[in-house]
Ligand binder design. Sequence first.
Ligand code: GLU
Length: 475
Amino acid sequence: MIRALSLLVCCLPVLLSGCAKQDSLEHIKASGKLQVVSRNSPTTFFIDRGDPTGFEFTLAGLFAAELGVELVMTPAFSLADIFVTLDRGEADFAAAGLSLTGEREALYPHSSPYYQLRPQVVYRAGSYRPRQLKDVEDMSIVVLAGSSHSRSLEALKQGGFATLSWREVDEVDSMELLELVNTGDAELAVIDSNEFEVQQSLYPRLKVAFDLGSSQDMVWYLPPETDNASLLAALNEFLNRLAADGTLEKMKEEHFGHSQTVSRIGSHTFNRNMRKTLPQYQQLIEQVALEYQIEWPLLAAIAYQESYWDPQAESPTGVRGMMMLTVPTAKEVGVIDRLDPGQSLRGGARYLKQIKRRLPDDIYEPDRTYMALAAYNIGRGHLEDARLLTDRQGGDPHLWSDVMPRLPQLQNSKYYQTVRHGYARGQEAATYVQNIRHYRGILEWQDIARSKSLPPIETVDYLPSVIVGLKLQAL
Ligand code: GLU
């Protein structure tokens, strides 16, 4: 009886509204929650030291914030599951680095594109490099099951490449595909260009053989048979606005931008050192990072950029030690023996914190860290000059993405004569920061990749409220 009553109460609003389904935007606002299905991968959504992050998470989070609701992002365990979730109406939309394909478009409403990506065929350097489709016909290829790439291969097979064959891997993260190519279990993988860029640092031997067709649009998909019209209009207005005002570009820079700067050789050497040298100092670095409240991958990345983790390092200009401190800097931060790795790391950490504290208050993270690193490399005066040039040229001196391209101008007399501190090796400072970001990314990925083999985690215990409800067995 009670059950029947509660059923009636539940159905009452539906009955009153003549059985019409509720408009999904209204439902989101009324429930205070935006339910988004995604997938767990470095380009979409992942947990970084306990906090959820990733391009899709950040973008969907901005949208949720504009609506004034909480974002609940749930990772699916296969691409097919993402669409099953939509079919069941269990998410308001899917944000998972999904390409727009004819087949999906016929079944699911979708947003305007927010990104263009090239599907790429990846191989291992040193093995046979195919240059075009007809070269891959007898090769072993892996793709993510249910991906746009498996559809493209199917279409090519029908279209004349009859002996084309491939294996579908039931995962959501293309890192699994790269792993197979890296170990020689497959010769080729087809993955999206941004995923390759971000993951390549972990697999420096892998390279792009060629692009598979032209670029594809990335879109958010909405559930079928739902009253989505106003949600879709809001999403499109949001995405188009962020594209027009440059926010999307900045987010791409932030999430994917640091991957291109370090050469393949640089990545290779880094990976070797990470295995051979870092273990000797990792505990010390983590300890110092904790003392100074810096993330350890950042401190480790600076130390690598400075000295390749060599406590005896020395430059012709007299800077020495793991953090390559000058005599005056060492004095300022209380370092007596520059060759002692613990003292050097502490001195460097203290110096970085000092610089960061002195930056203007209205420079926010993550730009604040990048600017502090640039100042650590060329000095605060020169950084201020580059910020001044940025301002003069109509850029925003609070943003690293605007200041970075102005740093090299400090080497050009046309510019450096107009600023207070004159010439500086600005290009070097820009590269310095980008390298550190890149190395830090690799170290963070190592951490995350390691934690993947852990047993399922009860995420509710440690995640912030935005993410409660997440089922993270894949991590
Ligand atoms: N963009 C692909 C898709 O929509 C997924 C990512 C990949 O396979 O690299 O299916």
